[in-house]
Design a protein around this ligand. Structure first.
Ligand SMILES: NC(=O)c1ccc[n+]([C@@H]2O[C@H](COP(=O)([O-])OP(=O)(O)OC[C@H]3O[C@@H](n4cnc5c(N)ncnc54)[C@H](O)[C@@H]3O)[C@@H](O)[C@H]2O)c1
Length: 397
């Protein structure tokens, strides 16, 4: 517990996350939820007026409210340790993740980055090289893996309780692109621009579903076959897609197969990330919109509904009133707390490094390899969709 031995909160910086942002606000709130991290600096918006006003609203000091990330890197890197930021959260649109992350890493500053890590696979690899070279801590925000019941699902599946995994169905339907009266979509319009990559369905949300399947089962993709489509009139990125996945076999057992479906045009669906995994003895089912419950199905016994903050949960889930579960059972915790859990684990590694200790060898928070996995998934789904060959061999991560 390296946070426990650091005699101060970690200093957080943020790029993006001003009043004009969606997910940056969640990062700011979640990181500070447990009092272990304090936001002290930011280049909060691409719009200088919003950046300045957001800095004021958040009570950042004027000399640490920056108008661009380049000034922020230069100034923060010149401050003494303990005063400068210990890490930066990069919560800007996709095409800026790599240049901003590289600048901070090369200045010796740890990074928590939003997904997808990069627009191209080459850039994702370039970033991983820099993470390795600099030895800094790098997290990628697949926030859904912070939910206690998702972590318990991982413990169940990996313990063998549901037997050998046969089938994984991970789906992430939304409907925000469909017209809704005269209202502007609640989600930023930049997502419609193909400069962020050809696939919106997989690049924006399918990536979370693919990561969730990997996080829970530990299975690696062997081959995949994608069918992506664009329903939005005049749309320039696909907004719906299905990917068939064959996972690598474990020993002599037959390999697991699965489906990853993601869509922004599934009417009536808000943020309906769901995963179902079936094995030779049982199955699990988890719904993001009801995240404090995990359904456990077995052939031999009646279906069980497991709930948050119960003593029967695996320690990975945080334990009763434990680190990842702040309030007693029956009181809903949600999206922000899941992000906060990722931040606690990430912060432990940042604090370890600050004290000259070794970070976790296999961190539970998503790291640079998960970032490369996510981008590889999106890239190969896109390539398969365009290829007549269809089944593509997935590379080693
Ligand atoms: N992990 C998740 O669950 C999740 C959810 C939503 C979005 N995201 C990802 O988060 C990122 C941001 O998405 P969003 O929906 O919050 O976008 P947004 O448009 O709502 O917010 C982007 C923010 O970045 C700022 N910004 C843009 N360029 C900047 C720059 N060069 N310097 C400083 N600030 C800059 C904007 O002013 C704004 O504050 C995307 O990469 C997206 O894929 C992840």
């Amino acid at each position: 517990m390296s946070l426990a031995t650091l005699n101060r909160p970690l200093n957080m910086g943020i790029v993006g996350g001003g009043s004009d942002s969606f997910i940056g606000k969640v990062h700011r709130i979640a990181a500070q939820l447990d009092g272990k991290i304090k936001l002290v600096a930011g280049a909060l918006s691409i719009d200088p007026k919003i950046a300045l006003q957001s800095g004021k609203d958040l009570f950042l000091s004027e000399n640490r409210t920056y108008l661009n990330y380049q000034d922020m890197v230069a100034k923060e890197a010149s401050l003494p340790a303990g005063e400068r930021i210990d890490f930066v959260a990069v919560v800007t649109p996709d095409d800026t993740h790599v240049p901003i992350s590289l600048a901070f890493l090369e200045a010796g500053i740890n990074v928590m980055c939003e997904k997808p890590v990069a627009v191209t696979l080459e850039d994702a690899h370039r970033l991983r090289d820099t993470v390795r070279k600099t030895g800094r801590i790098f997290g990628i925000m697949h926030g859904y893996t912070g939910y206690p019941l998702v972590r318990h699902a991982r413990a169940i599946v990996r313990s063998g309780k549901i037997g050998q995994v046969y089938k994984i169905i991970a789906e992430y339907p939304q409907d925000w692109i469909l017209p809704h009266g005269d209202d502007k979509p609640q989600i930023a319009g930049w997502r419609m621009d193909p400069k962020y990559g050809k696939s919106l369905s997989m690049g924006d949300i399918g990536i979370h579903a693919a990561h969730l399947a990997r996080f829970i089962t530990g299975l690696e993709i062997d081959t995949l076959n994608a069918d992506l489509q664009t329903y939005t009139p005049g749309g320039r990125r696909d907004d719906d897609g299905n990917v068939l996945v064959r996972y690598k076999a474990q020993g002599d057992a037959p390999a697991a197969h699965g489906i990853i479906y993601a869509s922004q045009v599934s009417a009536g669906e808000e943020n309906a990330l769901t995963i179902r995994i079936y094995g030779s003895k049982g199955g699990i089912e988890w719904h993001q919109e009801n995240p404090n419950q995990l359904i456990l199905k077995t052939k031999a016994e009646p279906t069980q509904i497991l709930t948050r903050a119960q003593p029967y949960l695996d320690k990975l889930a945080g334990g009763l009133n434990g680190r990842n579960q702040r309030i007693p059972t029956g009181h809903p915790e949600g999206f922000i707390e899941a992000f906060a859990n990722i931040y606690l684990d990430f912060a432990d590694d940042v604090a370890a490094l600050a004290q000259g200790q070794k970070p976790a060898a296999e961190p539970i928070y998503p790291d640079i390899d998960d970032a490369v996995f996510g981008k590889t998934f999106v890239e190969y789904a896109t390539r398969s969709n365009e290829s007549g060959e269809k089944w593509l061999k997935f590379p080693e991560i």
